[in-house]
Design a protein around this ligand. Structure first.
Ligand code: GLA
Length: 699
């Protein structure tokens, strides 16, 4: 049984490192996917590299689940296959994103030490068999993992083909919360560092309620069981601890790698709408290039907007809008959705370039060759089971050629957005835990709703954490930011004073960072700037709707709002709230502060968004109906307009330039075919229009 003090857990995330230069992963945009040659006989490998070259692949993720195939028994390593794969890739000029294999501990380790597996809230210890089946507080796991990382880094850390390090895989996917005794001890240590003393924990969590005061540290446990009424502050701190515990694992691997290698280090995040498994905004600054795994969902009618949201959030968490890397995506159905449908013709290109439009400097897939066996045998791949006569393969080859024609875009940055949506994982976690007035609200829904209203109008926004400097934004939208610290609330509240527009939605600014309700009228943190407050919540039952006087109706949430300096823009028109304000606006100096007290129907949000855009003087990248996505990337003296047509009819917009994809010169209008994409190198607009950007490089 393992013992030891989990003294590795950082109290809070260490100071953000400076951005550093952007790594150069390939000559142009990076292109490739996860490559698992160990799953196939050796003669297949030659075909692999031949086809990779045919498709223009220049970067592959190698070894991501290859712990057990290298360290075959405790301390016994056989590198033969990996040496051969590395050589083969080098001979063929294909760069390597070398993964540490720590997501999948070998069977011998799991069998000898089943106690490294994480424990669920109900006390059930996950048996071996999946991935990420390890407890972040297990020192034994960590020792084994770092030992394997060290031998990998010693062996290949200076290999010329290794362009990037990929730590583990989707850290937190499966093991983000562990409830074992070891984790409990680590959590207590984390709490002691965050709060200073047990007394301070009691005060922050309000443990006098139900007489739950802690007298000794040993009494503090992770949120266990299914009793349904946990202290929300305990929950929130446990989620924060869990994020930091995994981050400390990432940092430990990174430190070992950096002892043997100068190659930049990253890990693949899973960034979407809603609260993530860990607080990625605190992780991204520790990566040389932020990397994202994004999969579209067939059952999402606006999946391209979800993709855009993810890209805007990646850019929002990477310092200075620097380029990021799409580490995983799919050429068709993944295998973990309920119905895993293939992509429609053209979607591979359009979705991939959607990521590039929003700042990705590379497009990678899970995975290169489809697995014939194992859990993921029906997952799509760049080279599907059907092989080179498949449509997917043809589109993969076409994508490779198109990315090559976009090589000059590498290192440019997405134009500076003037609008921002504030997103915060702890706020999202807080929304779903404890006895809230409405238990089924989804954090992602409100975030997506406001993003969609801007996306439909080709208005770019960054999706940013609340601690970000907001000075460059003329419009700041704050959806469902249930918990907020004082400093962030002050920064947000100062937006209107300097002439900007602030929009705050229901269930924002209700609680302080430690989950304590701010009294005196909701939303306590923002009521002064909003000039409006509410005193009673009326969440709606399933199927219930309340009308508004703009002709729309709302579901799920309403509240009784009082004006205190603001005017009502939209009023409730039914229920006991009828005639009361639903949406308010307060003019503040040159700016304005809006409060939206209910989840608006798209039509209603659209009307408000149009006014916000006009009031804040936001520019549209193109004037088009919804469905035509338009984004610019710029560099010194250069400007590229991405036009993505997600609609099934051709679209014509005012735009001119040289289409890097087709080679056509177009303008003053251009037609983007149904489902098609254009990337125009535009004549550079008048000086000062785009702030010149720097292309940072790392040789
Ligand atoms: C995740 C993992 C990959 C693979 C894909 C399948 O993103 O990182 O290893 O399992 O899912 O979609």
């Amino acid at each position: 049984m393992e013992t030891g003090t989990p003294d590795f857990v950082p109290a809070v995330v260490p100071a953000r490192p400076g951005p550093g230069p952007t790594p150069r992963l390939a000559d142009g945009l990076a292109y490739g996917g996860d490559y698992n040659p160990e799953q196939f006989p050796r003669d297949v490998w030659d075909e692999d590299v031949r086809l990779m070259r045919e498709a223009g692949v220049n970067l592959v993720t190698l070894g991501v689940f290859a712990w057990g195939t290298v360290e075959t028994a405790d301390g016994e390593r056989d590198w033969t296959w990996m040496d051969e794969a590395v050589d083969l890739l080098e001979r063929n000029g294909i760069g390597i994103d070398l993964a540490t294999p720590t997501a999948a501990p070998p069977q011998w380790l799991l069998t000898a030490h089943p106690e490294i597996a994480p424990v669920l809230a109900d006390g059930y210890r996950e048996p071996a068999g999946g991935r990420n089946a390890w407890c972040p507080a297990s020192l034994l796991y960590r020792r084994h993992a770092l030992r394997q990382v060290e031998s990998l880094a010693e062996r290949y850390g200076r290999h010329p083909s290794v362009r990037l390090w990929h730590v583990g895989n989707e850290l937190g996917g499966g093991n983000a919360r562990c409830h074992c005794e070891r984790s409990a001890a680590a959590f207590r240590e984390w709490l002691a560092r965050r709060h200073g003393s047990l007394e301070a924990v009691n005060a922050a969590w309000g443990t006098e309620q139900w007489g739950h005061r802690y007298g000794r540290w040993e009494e503090v446990m992770p949120p266990l069981g299914r009793h349904g009424a946990p202290n929300p502050a305990l929950f929130l701190d446990y989620e924060r601890y869990s994020s930091d515990a995994l981050l400390s694992h990432y940092l430990a691997e990174k430190e070992v790698i950096e002892r043997h290698s100068d190659v930049p280090v990253t890990t693949n995040l899973m960034v979407g709408a809603g609260a993530q498994v860990v607080d990625y905004a605190s992780w991204a600054p520790h990566t040389a290039v932020a990397a994202n795994d994004h999969y579209t969902s067939v059952d999402d009618p606006l999946r391209e907007q979800d993709l855009a949201f993810s890209g805007d959030r990646m850019r929002g968490m990477a310092a200075d809008r620097r380029p990021w890397l799409l580490m995983e995506s799919s050429t068709g159905g993944p295998s973990w959705q309920r119905r895993n449908r293939a992509k429609d013709p053209g979607e591979i290109l359009r979705h991939s370039l959607g990521h590039v439009a929003r700042g990705a400097d590379g497009v990678m897939f899970f995975q290169w060759r489809a697995s014939t066996s194992g859990a993921e045998q029906f997952h799509s791949a760049m080279l599907p089971h059907t092989g080179t006569r498949s449509r997917v393969w043809k589109e993969v080859v076409e994508l490779g050629a198109r990315l090559k024609s976009l090589a000059e875009i590498r290192g440019t940055r997405v134009e500076a957005a003037k609008a921002a949506i504030v997103v915060d994982d702890p706020a999202g976690w807080a929304l779903r835990h404890g006895l809230k007035p409405h238990r089924d609200l989804s954090y992602g829904r409100e975030l997506r709703a406001w993003h969609r209203a801007l996306w439909d109008r080709q208005v770019l926004c960054d999706v940013v954490p609340p601690d970000r400097d907001l000075d460059g934004y003329d419009l700041v939208i704050v959806p469902n930011l249930l918990v907020v610290d004082r400093a962030a609330a002050d920064r947000l509240s100062s937006v209107p004073e300097r002439g900007g527009t602030l929009l705050v939605t229901y269930l924002s600014g209700i609680c302080e960072a430690d989950s304590k309700v701010i009294t005196g009228g909701f939303p306590g943190a923002f009521r002064d700037v909003l000039g409006a407050w509410s005193d009673e919540f009326y969440p709606l039952q399933e199927g219930e709707a309340v009308e508004l006087d703009d002709g729309t109706a709302v579901t799920d949430w309403t509240e009784r709002v009082h004006l205190d300096g603001a005017e009502a823009v939209v009023r409730y028109a039914s229920s006991s709230l009828a005639d009361g304000p639903a949406v308010t606006r307060r003019a503040v100096g040159g700016g304005a502060a809006w409060y939206v007290s209910a989840p608006l129907a798209a039509e209603s949000a659209d009307r408000i968004a149009a006014r916000l855009i006009a009031d804040a003087g936001l520019e549209r990248a193109a004037e088009a109906e919804p469905g035509l996505e338009a984004v610019r990337r710029t560099g010194p003296g250069r400007s590229y307009l991405f036009l993505l047509n997600h609609d099934d009819t051709d679209r014509t917009v005012a735009a001119e330039g040289h289409d890097l994809l087709s080679g056509d010169r177009v303008g003053p209008e251009t037609t983007v075919p149904a489902g098609g994409v254009r990337v125009l190198r535009e004549p550079v607009r008048q000086p000062g229009h785009h702030a010149p950007d720097h292309i940072e490089d790392r040789p």
